[in-house]
Design a protein around this ligand. Sequence first.
Ligand code: PGA
Length: 253
Amino acid sequence: MYIIGNWKMAGDSAFAARHIACTASLIRQLRMPSSIEIVHCPPFLWLQQSLALAQASPLAIGAQDCSLDESGAHTGDISATMLAGLGCNYVIIGHSERRIGHRESHTLVAGKLRAAIAAGLSPILCLGETKAQREDGDYQAVIMGQLDSALAAIQWEQSKAELLIGYEPVWAIGSGETPSEAEITEVTALIHARLADYPSIHASLLYGGSVNAANAAAILNMPYIGGLLVGGASLDLQEWTDILKAAKSQSLS
Ligand code: PGA
């Protein structure tokens, strides 16, 4: 099971230091089972100090994006190789805030996925439909289009990468509105079925979008769900603690 915090563009250096240290001691205090991989994805600027503070802990650190290129004339970009060299294990790819806010195309997302895997990172590939796409009824095609274009970019038989796929409906992100169990299961079942066409992929399915302490246990209990991608609630120590407790109870049940 994976519990992943996506900080987005939040926090300063002091917050990052405090939050990483608190999470590391929480993992000890709560005796979190090693079957639960806990990951924080702070902004690029705080990755190095976060990695140093998490070094003696099972807490893993990931980035929120990477370049599709390995090096060279790409002002402002950070490569997957640089992230792996720093000690990151994970990278979020294709978050809707990048697909929409930075106009990231399927081709660009696929290139980033390829770069992440080539660098030895475990990618957290995000998929999800907007409210309008759901209301128009074409959300399944949208999500499968995002998935298929990414999966087609990798020679999975030659890869040992662990692929994390986050279903994050855009309308559920930061809105306090979570889909029903039937809505989540309809989409995760589709993704699960498509993954059967790729027997060499080692994949886990996560849900993200307004996850909090009150709904974490119920979501973790849904079929196909192997973890949570948590935005706002990953920054609130009380919420985060309760989400970790819910994950522990779920893993022991
Ligand atoms: P949220 O964000 O939990 O604040 O809705 C989730 C995400 O965007 O990954």
